[in-house]
Ligand binder design. Structure first.
Ligand SMILES: C[S@@+](CC[C@H](N)C(=O)[O-])C[C@H]1O[C@@H](n2cnc3c(N)ncnc32)[C@H](O)[C@@H]1O
Length: 228
């Protein structure tokens, strides 16, 4: 593959460890260290809420936000979707790219934080964010970036673990404070007349076996469609 100047450029499905990262170095380091602690952090299987919600959609361009080790991205690519997968952790992305190679599918890997990635605006038929751990900012940058990426007629699917948003910071010793993160209700609060809410509910999680998140039993599912 060559670029406009005839120079060699990496294939879309290649993630190079040296790729320039765009985003907060501390966030990348924190997630890299979490992934590096284990050979495999998540189950390796696609998320149940994604599988259920995508069932009625025609494959198109999809953005997987916080793709982790790539199980959703690979599953979507196998299903005929044109997949762009974005992630802050290079450790996770290397694993994800390896899984895509093993599966023989092409995925565009973006090593960046959602709010700093130069994503084409209003370009994705589906933006999927599964348990994305996005940090909250005063200007709601992450919530706005999720919405801005959706093409007219397209869908944003944001899934989170139920109960985490209302957990008290002092209930846990992990240092986790729900006030630091973006939850589906915060995206819902920003919707204008250009959007319609198709699903906004808590429901039992169809959890893949294994993986670090297996103990979470319920999902918050927000599925909204951009009308124009
Ligand atoms: C709980 S994991 C979920 C991973 C994957 N979606 C899954 O369901 O297996 C959250 C992911 O979000 C990524 N992440 C955190 N902050 C991010 C940001 N600002 N932009 C993109 N990804 C981010 C983390 O590195 C991590 O891989």
């Amino acid at each position: 593959m060559t670029d406009d100047n005839g120079a060699a450029s990496p294939a879309w499905d290649t993630f190079l460890p040296g790729d320039a990262y765009v985003g907060d170095a501390a966030v990348r380091a924190e997630w890299d260290s979490r992934y590096a602690d284990r050979q495999q952090l998540w189950s390796g299987r696609p998320n149940g809420a994604l599988v259920a919600e995508v069932a009625g959609l025609a494959p198109g361009r999809v953005l997987d936000v916080g793709c982790g080790e790539g199980a959703d991205a690979v599953w979507l690519a196998r299903g005929g979707w044109d997949v762009t997968a974005l992630e802050v952790s290079g450790v996770a992305l290397e694993r994800a790219a390896g899984h895509a190679r093993d599966a023989g599918v092409a995925v565009r890997w973006v090593h960046a934080s959602l709010t700093e990635a130069a994503l084409p605006p209003a370009s994705f038929d589906l933006v999927s964010a599964q348990y994305p751990a996005l940090l909250r900012t005063p200007g709601a940058a992450a919530e706005r970036a999720l919405l801005a990426a959706v093409a007219p007629g397209g869908v944003l699917l944001l899934v989170h673990h139920a109960g985490m948003d209302t957990q008290q910071a002092h209930d846990n010793d992990s240092g986790f404070d729900p006030a630091d993160y973006v939850w589906p209700s915060m995206v819902d609060a920003l919707l204008t007349d250009d959007w319609t809410v198709e699903v906004n509910e808590q429901r039992p999680r169809v959890a893949p076996d294994g993986g670090a998140g297996a103990h979470h039993t319920d999902d918050l599912v927000l599925r909204v469609r951009r009308l124009r």
